[in-house]
Structure formats: structure tokens, C-alpha cells
Write a protein that binds this ligand. Structure first.
Ligand code: ASN
Length: 590
């Protein structure tokens, strides 16, 4: 176990023994805190001049951040005993109160050595992914500090390595070191932290210059400007120029029907080959030699290559016949590969597969990820053609909003017909309707809302999502349906409760079991005080209460405020039924 995880375990044990915080927020509930893990891998953001050039400066970032009032509120940390509640204390900081009246508590871990991202390799991608996996349950979101030079590659790779992701993972960095007076590092880190802590965006993203992008859609387009990245074929997921505005229609639905896991196997025998007029046969042949297993061919325009160059096409055909997978991506920044020209068809005939509108960075890391899988060549090709993490625009013909009978009636009543107004009505109505349908367990109504393009994960007026409501009501089938439609098991309502916490509160055993199967877990703030609650159940012989916490994944040995475990409380009270319950616990939880 690493030093960090030992400390986090200690924090868990500590937080369980402390009484639940009682300082009220403006809403009158306990502290609204989100936890974010910052993984500092290097990059300009943390560089200083050494020997006349920039290179990473180790062990400098945390102390610097602590000295900046916009990055750390020491008064709040002292008043709320933050360092006792979260570990490791030395690396943990808290942002000032956000506009959403939330505190983002963040812990920084620093890699050694810190890297200029030009030095990154596939091993580094795997390490980041594995660390996210290790700390997944401890944090609400993740920020990866990274150099800008290869950030688009790492963001793309992480999007594939992280399977069934339900929480935000946001890469950021800067063009000018954070230590300098004028820099973009502070704004970038602050924006990334606020989004990672406050919005359940279940994607690997990249935040830069007030915009949040899907990580596998970006490319670095400027070596100097603060506006260094663009996402040529997909609009940003969020804009933070003024208030933070999330574009929920574009954000991917969570894929939390199965537990989050990291698959860090990568095939390194992949490459990028850019066509240019006059490229020699020898160059192409040499490039495609074994052990090359997959190539992204960057072609002209809409995916074209010289069909007059039979020598070149013959080399490509020989390679695909040998089982080398070649993806056709365009050299253009925007647009997609389509078979419009004879020069494009020639590549299809040579056995290339279309990369659609994928960036070369996304196509390369997808190849590396897919080629490492132990599946047939045909299955690999199918995976590469399909949209795995929103990296390419799939040709889905959804039902038109104005097809919905319900919307038609409202539109008629209000005499409106333009698309934007229809969308505005839908967006205003559907969260409330979906919550009402979840309350009464009406799957048909939910399906109708989904068909009209309504987002079933949006929260209603009271801050609860349909999933929160269905779990409270114990509608197992609705919970199943909502999960299959991408409802996020990590969404928090305005009291900071996840659906799992709601299911525990209302003692919905089946729902707790189902949510746990999908990987749901209690958030760090929900775990505070659970030991004490379990001890009081043990004293009152409330077996059902103990059982539901155990089903929700809580350690039955968590001590209460006085350090006694629930079992010790039961045996002190001579409560045999409770002691028997603990005896048989193993059979219950498997
Ligand atoms: N060379 C730096 C890096 O990629 C560039 C930067 O971060 N702005 O690490």
C-alpha cells in the first residue's frame, strides 16, 4: 500500500470517529463539501527556470497554493478541523465558498519525477488511470495537472482506459507557470477544481481557458496563447467565462450500469503516418513493417489519397491483408472522412477503416487500447468503427422533438414553432415531469420523456434527480430503467446525498443491492458519523438498520464517537441477537 493510501485509510477511520459536523451552511444542513484529488504529473504549470530554461520544480506547488487565498481558505480549514477530517493534512486544501455555496476540498499528490509532457509515454497514461482507480471511491472528482504538449493524447487515452466512468476526470495545465505574476495556471486549476467538485460530468475532460472540452475531442492548436486547445468537431461541454454553464445536452450519459474499472493494457505498436505529395513507397513500406499492428493514416480532405499511386495502395493492401489495422483520419482540423471521391474509395478498397471525425490523437490512443484486447481482428475493427466514449460523431437519427405529441400540444397552445423555443420548453418541463414519473413508478412516462430528448438525469426543483426519487420510493424497476438510461449513481442532491444514501435512509434493501452492483458507494461526507449511527442501532437491537448499512458497503467495525465498535456496544449490552447478526454478516454481504 502506498503512503498516500495508508493516510487515506487513516482519514477514513478518523472521520468515522468524529461526530457529524454541525456548522450549518446557508441551507441549514451540514457542510456541503466535495472532495477532489489533484494528480500533479508535471507540465509548465509547476515549472521554474533552471539553467535558463523551464523544467518542473518538485515539491513547490502545494505550499504555493496554500499561500493564495483564492486557492485555499485557511480560516475555514481551522474552524472546521479540516486537517483532522481529511488526510493527508499536509497536501489538503479547501477553496473559498463557491457561488453554489459549496466547499471544494482538494488533496494534491505529486508524481516523482514531474514530467514535461513531451517525456510522457504510455506507461504514464496507465499510471494515471491506475491511480484514479485506486482513489476512485475516496473522491468526487479528479483533476490531472499535465503539460499541454501531449495533454490531448493523455486525455484521449484516459477516456478509453477508464471504463464505466461515473465521475469527472479533468486534465488541465497552463502556458505560463503558476508561480509567475501573470499566468493562466491559477484560473485553469481553479476552474477545473470547481467543475470536478460540483458537477457530475461522467467523462474524461480537458479544461483550458474557461472552456471544458471532451478529452478525446481536443487538439493543441497554439504553442503560446492561453487559448491553446480546440475541439474542432464537438462544442465545449461547459463554458466558464462568466458563470459556469454546463451544456448537458452534449455531456455523455453515465455508463454506470457496471462498476468502474481501469483497463490499462495498451499496445505500443501503433503509429501515425501523415500523407504528403510525393511520399515514397519505401517510406510507407518501412513504416508498416512488423511489429506494427495499427496505423492512423492522416489523409487529405474528406479521407482521400492518390488513387493514381498503385505502388502506395499496394503497400497499404499488403499490410491490411497481414492484419495491420489502418484507420483513415483527415489532416483537416474539422470535418469527417466520407467516401465522396474515387481517391477516398481507393483507401476503402485497400482495407482501411474510416476514422470519421476522430482527431488523430483519439484514433491513435483508441487503436492502442483496442489492439491490446484479446478479441478477434474483426471484433477489433468493429470496436474501432464504433463510438466508445463520444470520440466520434455517430450517425444516430433520433426522433425529432416536434414529433412528440405532448410537445405538439404545448407548442400549439403557446403558438410557437421554432426549434429553440421547443427545446426551451422541453428543458424546462422534463426534469419536473421525470421526477414526478419516478415518484409514481411510471416507466412508460419516463420512456416518453426520453423519446422527446429529455435528460433523465437532470435534477428537479428540489435538487433531486429521478434516480434519487425512485430509490427513496423503492421502485426497483424504475431504478433499473434509469440506470440503463445513463442516470448517474454519484449524483448528489442539494443535501449532498447520493441515491445510495437515500436508499439506505428509506431502507430499500433491493435498491441498495442493485446500486452496489453497479459500483455505487457512499461519498466521503456521507460516511462521517455512520459508526455512531450503527452503534446506536446495535444498542437498540435494530438489526434492519445494521443490515442496510452493511449492504451499502459500510465496515461493520466502524467505531462510534467514543471509539467503541457496534459489536462491542452489543456485547456490553448483552444483546445476543445483534451479536449473532455480526457473526452471520459474511453470508449477508456476499
Ligand atoms: N512543454 C510543456 C509540457 O508539455 C508545455 C506546457 O505545459 N505548456 O509539459
Amino acid at each position: 500500500m502506498t503512503e498516500m493510501s495508508e493516510k487515506t485509510c487513516l482519514a477514513r477511520a478518523l472521520s468515522a470517529t468524529l461526530p457529524t459536523p454541525s456548522t450549518p451552511s446557508s441551507k441549514g444542513c451540514a457542510w456541503k463539501e466535495a472532495r477532489v484529488l489533484v494528480i500533479n504529473t508535471g507540465g509548465t504549470i509547476g515549472m521554474k527556470i533552471h539553467d535558463g530554461v523551464l523544467s518542473p520544480e518538485a515539491n513547490a506547488l502545494v505550499n504555493f497554493l496554500k499561500s493564495l487565498p483564492i486557492m485555499h481558505d485557511e480560516q475555514y480549514a481551522q474552524d472546521t478541523k479540516l486537517y483532522e477530517r481529511y488526510a493527508p493534512a499536509d497536501n489538503t486544501m479547501v477553496l473559498p465558498l463557491s457561488k453554489q455555496e459549496q466547499r471544494v476540498v482538494y488533496t494534491v499528490i505529486e508524481y516523482s519525477p514531474l514530467l514535461d509532457s513531451s517525456n510522457m509515454s504510455t506507461k504514464d497514461w496507465a499510471k494515471i488511470a491506475e491511480d484514479i482507480e485506486e482513489y476512485y471511491e475516496e473522491y468526487d472528482g479528479f483533476v490531472i495537472l499535465h503539460g499541454t504538449d501531449t495533454m490531448a493524447y493523455t486525455a484521449s487515452a484516459l477516456s478509453f482506459l477508464c471504463e464505466h466512468l461515473g465521475k469527472p476526470v479533468i486534465l488541465t495545465g497552463s502556458q505560463i507557470p503558476i508561480f509567475e505574476m501573470r499566468n493562466d495556471g491559477r484560473a485553469n486549476l481553479l476552474g477545473a477544481l470547481l467543475i470536478a467538485g460540483q458537477y457530475m460530468i461522467p467523462e474524461v475532460c480537458l479544461y483550458f481557458h474557461f472552456k471544458l472540452y471532451r478529452g478525446n475531442r481536443v487538439t493543441k492548436v497554439d504553442a503560446e496563447s492561453f487559448n491553446a486547445f480546440t475541439s474542432p468537431n464537438l462544442e465545449p461541454l461547459a463554458n466558464a467565462e462568466g458563470d459556469i454553464k454546463i451544456n448537458w445536452d452534449t455531456v455523455l450519459k453515465a455508463d454506470t450500469c457496471a462498476k468502474f474499472r481501469v483497463n490499462s493494457e495498451l499496445n505500443r505498436n501503433v503509429g501515425l503516418l501523415r500523407l504528403f505529395p510525393g511520399i515514397t513507397t519505401e517510406t510507407v513500406r518501412a513504416f508498416l513493417q512488423p511489429p506494427m499492428a495499427g496505423v492512423v493514416l492522416e489523409t487529405y480532405g474528406s479521407g482521400n489519397a492518390p488513387d493514381s499511386r498503385t505502388d502506395l495502395l499496394a503497400e497499404l493492401t499488403k499490410a491490411t491483408d497481414r492484419g495491420v489495422i489502418i484507420i483513415n483520419c483527415t489532416q483537416c482540423l474539422t470535418g469527417t472522412v466520407v467516401m465522396t471521391y474515387a481517391t477516398g474509395k481507393a483507401l476503402v478498397d485497400a482495407g482501411l477503416i474510416s476514422g470519421g471525425d476522430m482527431t488523430p490523437e483519439a484514433a491513435l490512443s483508441k487503436l492502442s487500447y483496442v489492439l491490446a484486447k484479446d478479441i478477434s481482428l474483426q471484433d477489433k475493427k468493429e470496436l474501432l468503427k464504433s463510438n466508445l466514449r463520444g470520440e466520434l460523431t455517430a450517425n444516430i437519427q433520433g426522433a425529432c422533438l416536434s414529433d412528440s405529441r405532448f410537445i405538439q400540444l404545448i407548442a400549439q397552445f403557446l403558438s410557437i414553432s421554432c426549434k429553440e423555443e421547443l427545446e426551451a420548453i422541453r428543458n424546462a418541463l422534463t426534469p419536473t415531469l421525470a421526477c414526478a414519473a419516478a415518484k409514481i413508478g411510471d416507466i412508460k412516462a419516463l420512456e416518453a420523456i426520453r423519446e422527446m430528448g429529455g435528460n433523465l438525469s437532470m435534477e428537479g426543483n428540489d435538487g433531486r434527480t429521478p434516480l434519487h426519487i425512485a430509490t427513496c420510493e423503492g421502485h426497483l424497476k424504475v431504478v433499473e430503467y434509469l440506470l440503463s438510461q445513463g442516470a448517474n449513481v454519484y449524483a448528489k442532491d442539494s443535501y449532498g446525498d447520493t441515491p445510495l444514501r437515500c436508499a439506505v435512509r428509506f431502507r430499500r434493501k433491493d435498491v441498495v443491492r442493485l446500486l452496489r452492483k453497479t459500483g455505487a458507494h457512499l461519498s466521503p461526507s456521507e460516511v462521517q458519523g455512520v459508526g455512531t449511527e450503527m452503534c446506536s442501532y446495535a444498542a437498540q437491537s435494530d438489526i434492519e438498520g445494521l443490515e442496510i448499512w452493511a449492504l451499502a458497503g459500510m465496515d461493520p467495525n466502524l467505531p462510534g464517537y467514543d471509539g467503541k465498535t457496534p459489536l462491542e456496544v452489543a456485547s456490553a449490552a448483552g444483546n445476543q441477537r445483534v451479536m449473532d447478526f455480526f457473526q452471520n454478516l459474511k453470508d449477508l454481504v456476499v
